[in-house]
Design a protein around this ligand. Sequence first.
Ligand code: NAD
Length: 335
Amino acid sequence: MKVGVFSTKSYDRTFLEAANVDDQHDLVFFEPRLTMETSVLATGLPAICAFVNDQLDAKTLSTIAQTGVRLIALRSAGFNHVDLAAARDLELTVLRVPAYSPFSVAEHAVALILSLNRKIHRAYNRVRENNFALEGLLGFDLHGRTVGIVGTGKIGALTAKILHGFGCRLTGYDVSQNADCLGMGMEYLSLPELFATADIVSLHCPLLPETYHLIDAAAVHQMKEGVMLVNTSRGQLIDTKAVTQGLKSGKIGYLGLDVYEQETDLFFDDLSNQVIQDDIFQRLLTFPNVLITGHQAFFTEEALRNIATTTISNITDFAQGRPCLNQISLDRVKK
Ligand code: NAD
C-alpha cells in the first residue's frame, strides 16, 4: 500500500524501513508536518501515517479524504489531535499504536523527578565551569515522600512501581482503580485530596475535554507549598499561565515538563538559530527550578522499534481487509 509518512525524521525512516522489509508497503517520506498547506502532498495516496503534532482537524481531514486518503495510521498512542467526528463522517479508518513502551515514558518521568530534585541540570553546568560550590543544590530524600499519580494506566502504574522502589508513599487519582497500584499500597484519593498531600504530582492521564487544564490556578492553590509538578502526558493538561504564577509565588517548587501546551510550533525541530516568539515558553526557561525536554519521553530504541512494527502491521491489516485491533472505534463519537 502507498503511504505518505508525515513529520518524518531520520529515526522514523530508519525504524519504519526496517519494520517494512517483509510487508513491502510503498512508504513515501515527507519531512513537513501535515497541515492544510502541506496536505497537497497526500494527493493520490490511499493512506497517510501521522505523528502527534500533525494537524488532523476537520478541514485537513476533509481535504485529504477528497484527494483519496482512506486510512490514517497514527504512530502514537494518543489521538487527541484527531477530529474523530470528522473522520467518522468522512468514513476514514484511524489506527493507532496503543502501547509501545510504557517503560520509556515512566522512566523519563522519574528522570525528570531525580534531575529536578538533585538539580543535575544545574550541577552539570557548574562543574563544567569549575564551580564546585553546593549552595543551591540541596535536594531531598525521595524515600518517605508522597507521590500523587494522576492517571494510573500503563505509564502511571509503571511510574508508581519505580517510585515504590525508592520507598515513596503512593497516592493516585483515576476514573478507575488499577489492581497493580492497589497491590503496591497506592491510596486512591479525590483530586483535591491528592493535590493537598502530594510532595510530587505526576500527570499520566489522557488529554480529554474533562482533563483540559486539569492543573489550573485552583488546582495549584490546593497543592502543598513547594510541590514538584511533572507532566509527561499532554501539554494541555496544564494551564501554563497558572503554573507560571505558581512558580513565581514559590507555591510550585519544581516543574518538569516533557510536553507543553503550545508545543506544536516548537518541538521536534532545531530552532536554535531562530527567535522564539512564544513569550510564555521563554519565561518558563528562565526559572532555575524548571526542567523541560522536548517531547522525548517516548524516545527509546525499544519504543521506536515497537511503534514501527505495530504501524506497519496496522497498515497491512487495513490493506488486506482484516479487522485491526488497533482501530479507534468511531461509532460512539458524538455528532
Ligand atoms: P492508559 O490508557 O494506559 O492510561 C491512562 C489512564 O488515565 C487510565 O487508567 C484511565 O482510566 C485514566 N483516565 C482517563 N480519564 C481520566 C480522568 N478524567 N482523570 C484521571 N485519569 C483518567 O495510557 P498510557 O499508555 O498510560 O498513557 C498515558 C498518557 O501518556 C497518554 O494519554 C499520552 O497522552 C501520554 N504519552 C506521552 C508520551 C510522551 O512521549 N511524552 C508517550 C506516550 C504517551
